[in-house]
Design a protein around this ligand. Sequence first.
Ligand code: GLA
Length: 417
Amino acid sequence: MDTSKSLSTQDLLGVARETFADQFGGIPSVEAHAPGRVELLGNHTDYNGGLVMASAINRETVVVGRPIPGRGALVHAVAFDASDTFLVDRVEQTEPGSWTRYVRGVCWALGERFGGLTSGFEAVFVGNVPLGGGLSSSASLQAAWARFLIGAGIVPRTGSLTGLDSSDPALHDQARMDIAQALRRSENAFVEVGSGLLDQFSAMFGAANQALTLDCLTLKHGLVPLGEHAPAIVVCDSGTSRRLADGMYDRRVAECQRVVDFFRSRIAVEGELMLRHIPLADLQANWDALDPVGRKRARHVLTENERVSQGAEALRNGDLTRFGQLISASHASSRDDFENSSPALDALIEAAAEAPGFLGGKLSGAGWAGCTVNLVKAEQAADFGAALARGYHKRTGLNTVVHVCHAAEGASARQVD
Ligand code: GLA
């Protein structure tokens, strides 16, 4: 088994500072970080106005940098050993799916939302969130950049941002939610992927040892403790990867939308009708009249919303067995109705189910490739990883990389003295 020995925050910061000195000279004035996330329940519910449950994890992106006079932005990506330069007043799109498009999009969206950027900057970023693996490396990157730009005063603290470091929870929440929404807008309008709010929300609101819940319609959100004897969150990488921008994700968004269109003349709601509003009973009553693909997608989303509510309840009751069963039921629904699993992901889940300490497991994020997330009894996490790796190899001939993670804090930034 290849168990990932991930770099610690301190290691990442060390690499980032060193690279900064090489690239730009001197030391950065602000250091920011933001986590990746696992989706515990609520697969493809977010853009349907549904419910999600996630945890930020201790895999993250770090950005270090400083403002500079003038309007130029100089960015260096350690992972790609590549740089990008652009003007903060004229942020143009680059190649679809590229890291530069994500970084530029953050500048574009925060500038638009919070009244323009005050200066240029030079900065370096590095991370240890597996790319394209369903752990939201992209939102981790976005949120770390957002916190850097705000921390360095390049995005001015206007409007709700004045509350970002407030001890008043309402002001603090509003600032984080506004940033998350600006980052989602960046992904939708600049990166041009029609994703929901789950990833950016998780990167901004992460909390140690907690599951996060979000109602994507009302934006009501909360924390559910994972408990004193918190299970390990074991992420298993199938060794296959994909990019959100490859078209499958947007196709699913459109398939869900077709069902909403069908119900538009049949169900009245205040505001815009979303899949979330359609009762499961109405879906079933109209099953034969609905298109055969859309109705399965919708059944997944509607039953998944129920699993999120039931999962939060189970967790509150300390019933990890039930919580795990709901996670596994989510995978089955993704596989059979939403059809966003893959033979590799299914093999990982089958191998996990036979491994010691397994409570439940599912694909994480968009699907089709990348990682599974498993809830495992903490004391059995190592044995679980070893058995799963053997089972996966036996089934597929592939090797998995196992990340034993825990729920971690959300994005933050600090001034360097
Ligand atoms: C990706 C998207 C999220 C969400 C998940 C699936 O991670 O970025 O908004 O839709 O897929 O739940």
